[in-house]
Design a protein. Structure first.
Length: 513
């Protein structure tokens, strides 16, 4: 019987892995490039061109460099640069699935819980979407999950042994290693520090509490040491230059009454989590408190709250992807809750109670799978119909940050550059434009093309280049950011965003110069 259960588990495990790879690689570039993706991929390309100058360049914009380094190899493997970036995230998600299974097992989950956690990691909209985008948040979430996993392994060693042995020390150092790598991905990793004492100390025997408290400093100091290596670079102070763009200071909250803004934003966080994780998953994670897994539930929920609540309480601009690192904690807790619910079917319940339980489990599976599969289907066919929360609709579909028209413009430029020397003026200085265009042209023959940003909004047409050296001058911009009136006859390409949002336009402005 044990062998049969083991074989079935292996079969399910490999089926989920196969389904993950197929489902995540399908139509991977259907959603146009997002502004941050364009920036990150372009920075990776600059590292390829001149690594000595650009290897630590992201630090000037407040970004640690590790994710950019991870993007580099794919740029050599794939011809489509956006595909290369997104495949990295698919690979990150592949390892995330395995880590979810191991976390669930480490917290006492049976085979049902482990399979359920992998299915959630494969299909839930929050997981699915971010494992198909070339963004830092998926990598941060993987390293934070590994930090949690090795902290729990260290806890297991502490419970079993009275002495500090090599295996315990190794797990503590690995916890610190992945905490340090999290710091090198994104600075909000500092909010992961509380999960280490929570995982090591909570519900531990009294006689081991002092040792656990002392040893929790080992991974924290290890992680901070790894992060401190960036101090060797002169751009290190710039890492902290962007915090004010996204967070209120305590002074702003208490003296300028920005707490009103914070309170107004609170309901949005609940909406985000319930939309992307679904209500049944949220409820299952709290149901775990009322099962034999209550201790694991406390560890899971306190850990994600320690990460998320500083963001909730101080967040000025909080995009849903900033909350992705809380997803492993909720996913694991929900899996433990579901397995306990499922195990009740095997207990001595009355037939009526069993039927009610069967209906409840059926409804949970239908709601979660229905919401997830619908989201996946719309991502494959028409991403504009995806069930995004409003702030994500704005950034991925409707605003300048959504890269609609970028690939079509690159095709047009390549065609024109075969016979003409073309100067392209773009809205902005970096981001969707011009980085989105430059991203697709990396390591391609572009002798007849020169692309430069001119800022936004566009009130007048200007160029730092001598336009007489070019056969044609083009303007690439978004319709709502062009204040300079242009003759409609000069519009040579227009790609409009969904639901009557602003259009991406290409204008022939040669006559203006």
């Amino acid at each position: 019987m044990k062998s049969l259960v083991k074989d079935r588990f292996k079969l399910c495990f490999y089926f989920i892995i196969g389904f993950y790879l197929i489902s995540h690689l399908l139509f991977l570039t259907k959603l146009p490039v997002f502004a941050d993706e364009a920036i990150y991929i372009r920075w990776a390309q600059l590292i390829i061109d001149d690594w000595q100058r650009y290897a630590f360049f992201p630090m000037n914009d407040g970004k640690p460099p590790l994710f950019l380094w991870l993007l580099v190899p794919g740029q050599f493997i794939f011809q489509n640069q956006l595909l290369a970036g997104r495949v990295l995230s698919v690979l990150i998600g592949f390892f995330q699935l395995i880590v979810l299974q191991k976390l669930t097992r480490r917290l006492g989950g049976d085979k049902i819980a482990q399979i359920f956690s992998m299915l959630l990691g494969c299909c839930l909209p929050f997981w699915f979407f971010h494992h198909r985008m070339a963004l830092m948040d998926g990598a941060l979430t993987l390293f934070s999950s590994l930090t949690w996993l090795f902290a729990l392994k260290a806890r297991g060693e502490l419970k079993r042994k009275n002495k500090i042995e090599s295996k315990l020390l190794l797990n503590l150092l690995l916890t610190g290693l992945f905490l340090g790598l999290s710091f090198l991905i994104k600075l909000p990793a500092v909010l992961l520090i509380p999960l280490i004492p929570i995982s090591l100390i909570l519900f531990l025997a009294k006689e081991k509490l002092f040792k656990a408290c002392a040893l929790s400093g080992v991974p924290v100091l290890t992680g901070l040491f790894i992060f401190s290596l960036l101090r060797l670079h002169p751009a290190f102070p710039q890492l902290f230059s962007r915090g004010g763009d996204f967070l209120f200071t305590l002074e702003e909250i208490f003296t300028q009454q920005e707490w009103r803004t914070v309170l107004k934003q609170m309901p949005k966080y609940g909406t985000t989590l319930s939309t992307y994780l679904t209500w049944p998953v949220i409820l299952l994670s709290f149901y775990a408190f009322f099962t034999k897994h209550r201790r694991a539930a406390w560890i899971s929920h306190l850990s994600w709250m320690a990460f998320a609540y500083p963001i909730f309480l101080m967040g000025k601009v909080v995009y849903p992807r900033y909350l992705l690192p809380v997803t492993p904690f909720i996913t694991v807790a929900a899996s433990l809750g579901f397995s306990h619910l499922f195990s009740q079917l095997q207990s001595k319940l009355q037939s009526t109670s069993k039927k009610i339980l069967q209906v409840l489990i059926f409804l949970i599976i239908i709601i979660i799978s229905g919401r997830s599969l619908l989201f996946m289907f719309t991502q494959y066919t028409d991403p504009s119909q995806s069930n995004f929360v409003p702030i994500d609709q704005e950034q991925y579909l409707y605003e300048w940050s959504a890269g609609y028209g970028i690939s079509e413009t690159v095709s047009l430029l390549n065609q024109l550059a075969k016979t003409k020397k073309v100067l392209v003026l773009t809205e902005g200085y970096f981001g969707t434009l011009p980085d989105g265009l430059l991203m697709y042209l990396h390591r391609r023959p572009v002798d007849n093309l020169f692309i430069t940003g001119i800022g936004q909004p566009i009130n007048q047409l200007k160029s730092s280049k001598n336009t007489s050296n070019f056969d044609q001058v083009l303007l690439v911009a978004n319709s709502h950011r062009i204040n300079n009136p242009l003759n409609n006859s000069r519009l040579i390409l227009e790609i409009c965003r969904p639901h009557k949002a602003p259009c991406h336009q290409v204008w022939d402005i040669t006559a203006e110069f």
